[in-house]
Design a protein around this ligand. Sequence first.
Ligand SMILES: [Zn+2]
Length: 392
Amino acid sequence: MAKAEPQSRRQTRGAILELLLRRKGAFRPELSASTALTDVSVWRIVSELRQEGWVVESRKRAPYVGGPSSFFTLSNDHAVLGVELSNGRLSVGLGGLDASVLQSWRCAIPAEPDQGVFESRCRELLGEALAQRGRRGLRAVQAAVALPGYGGPAHRRNAIFPWDLERLHAFLRQCLNPVPVALTNSVIAQAAYDRYAIGADALGRDHLFVFVGHGVAAAIVSAAGALDAFAPVEMGHAVVQRGGARCRCGHHGCLEAYTSLQAVGEIVGLDEASMLARGDAWLEPGALGPRELAQLRDRLVLLGLGIGNALNLHGLRDVVISGWPSLLGPEETAAVAHGVDESLLGGLLDDVTLHFRKPGTGSDPGASVAFAAWAFARRGGVDSPEPAALAA
Ligand SMILES: [Zn+2]
């Protein structure tokens, strides 16, 4: 990770909290090495975070010469809340500052619910989560809501996310005040899950993160950047077959109409709810016949086409793919590379690498909890008004 250059006390606190979140704890020299401040300044801020109860210190043998040393982790006494609309269900999670999910509540909801339906179910689940937080004696310090199709502060209405944004903010304030709430696009929350819950963001290079689930979405991930610098890309709605299969966005031939969980479920004979209930075990290549595998390979070539075209727009040379394609064998995943090769200028040269990540099917609301944990760290554990990017 590039050395951060914090400019204010709040940013320095944020950099330290984020490092503890990302690494699940750190020794003192690691904290100094990752910020642009002196050891003395870092120590002063860590002491402050300890006194405020955000960080705890323990003794642990360090991986370098010397005896047990001070090891710092995020405190378990505080909670974050995550709300997620994904896979045709609404899920709410109570999580720790370390992005772990302590408990979750879910209910089925129409894939494109109207705002009133969302509000009534969400109010119910949040009520349960907040009551449980009270019973556990935890203080909620941040909430995050991850929604498909959400386009940030300058959001324009679309068929995937047609809601009134002001009404949504008012609803969340009513349910969660005084807990700060961060709104984000589902794929950015998935990138947060990849970085902070799975801890797999070890590429150290900027990359295209592609998530293939109920929808197909992508984000341009900056290795050294914060999540709010990631740009969501609605790759699932790139048309790969003019006049083709109807998509939920209202168009025909979108990538999503061929590669979403629902579309692939038709090939393997499972509905989306059964897939989610089985977790990653829903797709066992050994249990599929040659015909199904051939159909899946066709879909993966289309996915590769979409990825190749995204790479034509951005100079990225690494792609992380999370979702059902990662559950298949080398012959199937090679089909993705084949599609990229067909659409990328110059073809899939040696310098383009595809990385397949285990998706954690049905792990919602883990992504929104991870985003909430990041949003807390980002504001440095300071209770002053949110930066504009988070308040959006
Ligand atoms: Zn579409």
